[in-house]
Design a protein around this ligand. Structure first.
Ligand code: HEM
Length: 269
């Protein structure tokens, strides 16, 4: 089976649709449209269609929720938008919801897939986890350090002219800055043998997989639980699973942002 569509993608999709309170009747359509947002082979017209469909479904959800506010993220955002001194427009509200769908799905898919690939390709490390000597949480942090699902974080803009002391690079006010967060996890000044997957690494938590500062990922605790629960169940259910192809042949997204595997063929054992 291909682990990505059959397993890794389903978990965050189901979590986010439930968290957002997507009515069960819309769940299938919403899941399909959200998948379209991450189809890296889609052309501009297909991508636009997926975005329009997601926005349309979110619009329907917001309209339905306004009359029956519940205990879900969409209702919370509607309440917050109405109570704010400077209320959010409907367009902004939909953009925020779309951000959550985008931020919460592909990242978590890659976190699940990459952790499983790391474990399948490092049997000695996996044995430490299966034997209970190292927690799956630690194995995940090491996976996030070595291969974070969002390799770079677009986009920052310089608010004033400045010179980066370390590199001497000068940035002018208004210039865009792309931060390659993945590099922090493999900084040889911080991590010994940074390219090695080592679940006992003392510095495994020193990474920027969830960003830093005011925009640090608000979904990090949820994402960590999702990945650990999903991967522990996967290991229990398929203890003899192995990759069906050489790990070096696993396809990766054509992206300098998304970082993971687009297909993970496995034999279940
Ligand atoms: C392993 C999974 C995840 C990874 C690696 C990840 C990574 C990130 C990173 C690096 C940022 C910072 C972007 C920046 O600095 O501009 C971010 C922001 C964000 N994430 Fe996550 N994320 C994950 C899962 C989630 C989940 C499950 C949710 C929601 C349920 C979520 C919601 C968000 C939101 C709303 C933002 C924007 C925050 C802001 O701009 O203030 N993320 N995420």
């Amino acid at each position: 089976m291909d682990l990505v569509p059959a397993f890794a993608l389903r978990i965050p999709q189901q979590v986010i649709t439930r968290l957002m309170g997507v009515p069960s009747a819309l769940m299938g359509q919403f899941g399909q449209a959200a998948t379209g947002l991450f189809d890296t082979s889609a052309g501009p017209a297909d991508m636009q269609r997926s975005m329009d469909t997601v926005l349309e479904l979110l619009g329907e959800m917001v309209a339905a929720r306004r009359d029956h506010l519940g205990d879900d993220l969409v209702s919370d955002l509607i309440r917050a938008a109405e109570q704010a001194d400077n209320p959010l427009s409907d367009e902004d509200l939909l953009a925020q919801l779309m951000l959550v769908v985008i931020a919460a799905t592909e990242t978590t898919v890659h976190a699940i897939g990459t952790l499983i690939v790391h474990l399948l390709t490092h049997p000695a490390q996996r044995a430490l986890v299966v034997g209970g000597e190292v927690s799956l949480d630690d194995a995940l942090e090491e996976s996030l350090r070595l291969q974070p699902p969002a390799a770079s974080v677009p986009l920052r803009f310089a608010v004033r002219d400045f010179e980066d002391a370390e590199s001497g690079q000068v940035f002018r006010k208004g210039e865009p800055i792309l931060i390659h967060a993945a590099a922090a996890g493999t900084d040889p000044d911080v991590h010994t043998a940074p390219g090695v997957y080592n679940v006992r690494r003392p510095t495994r938590r020193k990474h920027l997989a969830f960003g830093h500062g005011p925009h640090v990922c608000p979904g990090a605790p949820l994402a960590r639980r999702e990945v650990v629960i999903a991967v522990s169940r996967w290991q229990e259910r398929f203890p003899d699973a192995r990759l069906a192809v050489d790990a070096a042949r696993l396809p990766q997204p054509h992206s300098f942002i998304a970082n993971g595997f687009t297909e993970i063929p496995v034999l279940l054992g």
